[in-house]
Ligand binder design. Structure first.
Ligand SMILES: Nc1nc2c(c(=O)[nH]1)N[C@H]1C(S)=C(S)[C@@H](COP(=O)(O)OP(=O)(O)OC[C@H]3O[C@@H](n4cnc5c(=O)[nH]c(N)nc54)[C@H](O)[C@@H]3O)O[C@H]1N2
Ligand SMILES: Nc1nc2c(c(=O)[nH]1)N[C@H]1C(S)=C(S)[C@@H](COP(=O)(O)OP(=O)(O)OC[C@H]3O[C@@H](n4cnc5c(=O)[nH]c(N)nc54)[C@H](O)[C@@H]3O)O[C@H]1N2
Ligand SMILES: [Mo]
Length: 896
């Protein structure tokens, strides 16, 4: 041993040092010897089945991928004899394959490259196993059985990295072939199209449409960017040929995704070239939206804005900025609203999802982001996953959490539904929707009662214990069980798992926030981490919201909020306002602006005269959609920046066509506070412009110059304004890849883990909250006997505007209503039946899915098909602190 867990070995007489636990293959490769290893992928457990990685150790020839190296070992790898043996092994494999297996040669699949380097030509490919046929049923994953060498990499990738276990090897011996584990067609299997099997397949047996034989043909341009779907922040390499997008591959050095991706970032880019993509501005003439030039469209917008301000003052104008758009775009939107219009009426869809996280985490710890970085989860020994379904909504995170669990971490899931990670949980708590606060208090009660709280931490770093302890006396397990429906034993077992773990981490989602008391939910959840001392300091594993949109953290960080300036500075803080005013050379209004639901109310009452909606389909995704439509109807000017004729665009007076994330330059902030670069891989279609350019153009039409001519300049200006981001710039991100905020200093790394010494609250302490449990806004009754929970499905994204336009539609074609068999039978409904769902607010048409994922008395559906009308059902009840809608609880009834 050379110490520090490193072993010293000799390969062909050359000394190399590799980490202890390495394989002989690692050592040989470290010595610079190229050895084929067709069944091997560094991310997977070794199989030793293809026998191409032959190396000599201690006199015998071994498969190096499955042979551990010991200190002092001496191996031979580059001898002529060994090369011949390896060549023979590859030749045997190739003989079974058709000649197309070698397509592309040195630019082809891994096998084709190996053959090119060993001098094995197409004449060796005899196609002995040909005629096994293809499976082209799936839009993204293609199987050419004749190219399969049964190496099992796809099987292991699906199990060990993705955790879906969808693939198996079927058939015997030389005839074995990869296939869906369930039999049948690929498209009908459990495959969630993460693309992992395609990426690891060494032969092109599994491939994607853009790269039919695997490999990377020459002549492709690679653009490193960040995925524009959810908040995970996967780094992608987008491959293009001219104006065609060939593939979007996960980057192996992506800090969060580490070479993995999901169906959205990996494959769902078909929307880009959809026929319905907006390529020209539209202006309403005589009631109809008609194509117009940019000049005319901008003129209508400028005139409308001037009229609105003239008749109602600056506060008669409002903007909904986009969490899909970049930081720089959001920065510019809020600067425009504050300095050109003169109002704080700007908000973003954080209002609809994690506003309670921002409020709750700020109150508890001082800052509105998650407390720790995701890598900590990889070291946690107990995961508490609450009201989040990362297997579907954040699949790369879900896969990493599942890997952790499969390697021994304990898992507690709190979710009314039995889906995703819940199926792997040690304890699955199934609270009645809307009863989280009682559930969390019940867990806290057990922590205190069983002496599982960290008293030293509570003394030194927290405040509010006496009040909380007094409140918790009223939440003994039997009482909590009665409120939540969770059995007492499960509650106690879950509290013990979290309470006794050395490194417990909390991850949570909208099942905590989208409630009448969502902020209380966040705070009651934060209580658990504070009681355990599991936040702040070196052992903090924290409280981590799985934020939703690609840039919802960033949109808020940039100040696209009615009460915050860039960098989480309050508009009511005169010092922050003064700093902004000096930099912007304009007054900054002091009165907090309208939140999204207040904007709609103001429009309906006639007080709001102009609304600019940037990348949010409010008529499809905001609650109580009929009243949203009424608000737009009442508002004299509605401007909409869109990719598609969305429900909102259809009701707008001016529609401005914009670039998508694949077509623009800037940065996003992901769920663990990481700034990452977004780079244009392609030009926007037709006359579409980036939101950045559009905001500049609207300002110019009003005679204003917003400065910051480029996205890089906009981030620089933001850094000058916001101490939290002072050390950030595009140049730094281009160098370092990703930087977490706070990043106050250009020379120091960002702070991935917060609050080491003190919390960012005024007194530096973590604040426990003694909020009582209060019931949800809607409860089932005789008229509306079922509780409808709404949320997400893996194949579609929010309004579905992008995922419905492309291959994902073949993976999931309708909005389904999940019903428990008891309720289905009670209503005489069967799987696949159409059903009408009615609430006090509206009506939706869905297709029944019968299954036990949903508890009796509850129903679940997504909102990915605006045509089905799901958000006409949801009410305008909202979190009492932040106005986040109560999407998770609606009382409904069914009509077959
Ligand atoms: N495929 C896909 N991925 C997405 C999105 C998408 O539309 N599609 N959207 C993105 C966005 S914007 C967001 S915000 C995230 C959301 O990601 P998540 O928060 O994971 O998504 P949801 O499915 O809305 O809700 C999570 C879970 O909360 C549970 N739940 C409901 N009520 C309660 C309750 O009272 N208590 C508890 N403990 N749990 C409850 C639901 O059963 C559901 O499983 O996903 C992002 N990723
Ligand atoms: N019933 C129910 N409703 C919900 C939820 C729920 O759980 N249940 N969840 C809520 C949550 S968490 C969220 S975040 C919202 C999401 O709701 P939305 O934000 O409305 O949904 P998206 O489909 O993500 O995007 C909105 C629009 O932005 C456009 N777009 C995409 N990229 C860009 C861009 O770069 N610029 C511009 N200008 N436009 C772009 C898309 O075409 C799309 O029409 O839905 C909410 N609605
Ligand atoms: Mo969201």
């Amino acid at each position: 041993m050379t110490g520090d867990g490193v072993v010293a070995v000799e390969v062909d007489g050359l000394p190399v040092a590799v980490p202890a636990g390495s394989s002989l293959l690692d050592a040989v490769r470290a010595a610079g010897v190229e050895v084929p290893a067709l069944c091997h992928d560094d991310r997977l457990s070794p199989a030793g089945s293809c026998r191409t990685c032959l190396v000599k150790l201690g006199g015998s020839v071994v498969a190096s991928c499955v042979t551990p190296v010991r200190d002092g070992a001496r191996a031979q790898a580059a001898t002529r004899e060994l090369r011949a043996l390896r060549r023979e092994a590859v030749e045997v494999i190739v003989s079974a394959l058709p000649a197309r297996a070698l397509t592309g040669g040195a630019e082809g699949s891994e096998l084709a490259r190996v053959c090119a380097s060993l001098g094995i030509g197409p004449e060796s490919a005899l196609g002995e196993l040909s005629g096994r046929g293809r499976d082209d049923s799936h839009p993204y994953v293609r199987l050419d059985r004749d190219l399969c060498i049964a190496c099992g990499r796809c099987v292991r990738m699906c199990a060990e990295v993705q955790g879906t276990f969808a693939i198996a090897l079927t058939g015997r011996g030389g005839d074995a072939v990869a296939a869906p584990g369930t039999g049948g067609a690929w498209v009908d299997s459990a495959c969630v199209a993460c693309g992992g099997c395609v990426d690891t397949c060494p032969t092109g047996a599994l491939s994607e449409p853009g790269l039919p034989y695997g490999g990377r043909p020459s002549g492709l341009v690679t653009t490193r960017t960040t995925c524009g779907y959810c908040g995970v922040g996967c780094a992608l390499d987008v491959l293009t040929r001219g104006d065609e997008l060939v593939a979007a591959l996960p980057a192996g050095d992506g800090p969060v995704n580490r070479g993995h991706a999901c169906v959205k970032g990996r494959f769902a880019y078909g929307f880009r070239v959809s026929e319905e993509r907006l390529t020209r501005p539209l202006v309403r003439r005589d009631g109809r939206l008609e194509p117009a030039g940019w000049d005319e469209a901008l003129d209508v917008v400028a005139r409308g804005l001037r009229e609105a301000v003239a008749s109602g003052g600056p506060d008669a104008v409002a903007a909904i900025s986009s969490a899909r758009a970049t930081n720089e775009e959001n920065y510019l939107v809020q600067k425009f609203m504050r300095t050109v219009i003169g109002t704080n009426n700007v908000d973003n869809c954080s209002r609809l999802c994690h506003a309670p996280s921002a409020a709750g985490l700020t109150a508890a710890f001082g800052l509105p982001g998650g407390t720790d970085c995701f890598d900590d989860a990889q070291r946690a020994d107990c995961l508490l996953v609450v009201g989040a379904n990362p297997a579907e909504a954040h699949p790369v995170v879900g896969a990493r959490l599942l890997q952790r669990v499969l390697r021994g971490a304990r898992l507690v899931v709190a979710d009314p539904r039995a889906v995703g990670l819940a199926l792997h949980a040690d304890v699955h708590l199934r609270p009645r929707p809307g009863t989280n606060v009682a559930l969390f208090h019940g867990l806290a009660h057990v922590l205190l009662a069983e002496g599982l709280a960290d008293e030293d931490f509570l003394r030194r770093r927290a405040t509010g214990l006496p009040e909380l302890a007094e409140l918790l006396a009223g939440y003994p397990p039997h009482r909590v069980s009665a409120v939540t429906g969770v059995p007492e034993g499960d509650l106690v077992a879950a509290a013990r798992l979290y309470g006794r773990a050395a490194r417990p981490a909390v991850f949570y989602g909208l099942g905590v926030t989208e409630h009448l008391h969502g902020t209380d939910g966040v705070r009651a959840l934060a209580n658990l981490a504070i009681l355990r001392g599991a936040v702040g300091g070196d052992r903090g594993y924290g409280v981590n919201p799985l934020r939703g949109q690609n840039n919802v953290q960033g949109a808020s960080d940039m100040g696209a909020l009615p009460d915050q300036l860039p960098g989480c500075q309050s508009v009511t803080d005169p010092v922050a306002r003064e700093r902004a005013a000096r930099l912007w050379r304009a007054e900054v209004p002091a009165r907090p602006g309208l939140r999204i639901p207040q904007m709609f109310a103001a429009a309906r009452s006639g007080a709001l005269r102009a609304l600019w909606v940037i990348g949010e389909d409010v008529c499809a995704t905001d609650p109580d959609a009929r009243r949203v439509a009424a608000a737009l109807e009442a508002c004299p000017l509605v401007v909409c920046d869109e990719l598609f004729p969305s429900e909102t665009a259809r009701r707008a007076d001016v529609v401005l066509p914009v670039a998508s994330w694949l077509e623009k330059d800037g940065t996003f902030v992901n769920f663990d506070r990481r700034f990452q670069r977004v780079r244009p891989a392609l030009a926007p279609p037709g006359e579409a412009r980036s939101d950045f350019a559009v905001v500049h153009a609207v300002a110019a039409a009003l005679g204003a110059d917003l400065g910051c001519p480029t996205p890089a300049a906009a981030l620089d200006e933001c850094a000058a304004l916001a101490p939290l981001f002072a050390g950030l710039s595009h140049a730094r991100l281009d160098r370092e890849g990703a930087v977490c905020w706070p990043a106050p200093d250009a020379d120091r790394p960002g702070e991935a883990r917060l609050y080491r010494e003190r919390f960012a609250t005024a007194d530096g302490l973590a604040h426990l909250s003694a909020c009582p449990y209060l019931p949800p806004g809607e409860e089932p009754d005789d008229d509306y006997p079922l509780v409808l929970v709404t949320g997400r499905r893996w194949a579609h994204y929010n309004s579905g505007s992008m995922t419905r336009r492309g291959g994902n539609l073949r993976l999931d074609a309708v909005d389904r209503l999940d019903l428990h068999p008891v309720d289905a039978a009670g209503h005489g409904l069967r799987d696949g039946d159409p059903v009408t769902v009615e609430s006090r607010h509206g009506t939706a048409r869905l297709t029944v899915h019968v299954g036990e994922e949903t508890a009796p008395g509850q129903a679940f559906c997504a909102f990915h098909f605006p045509g089905s009308g799901v958000n006409t059902l949801t009410s305008d009840r909202a979190d009492t602190v932040t106005s986040c809608p109560e999407y998770k609880v609606t009382a409904v009834r069914l009509r077959p």
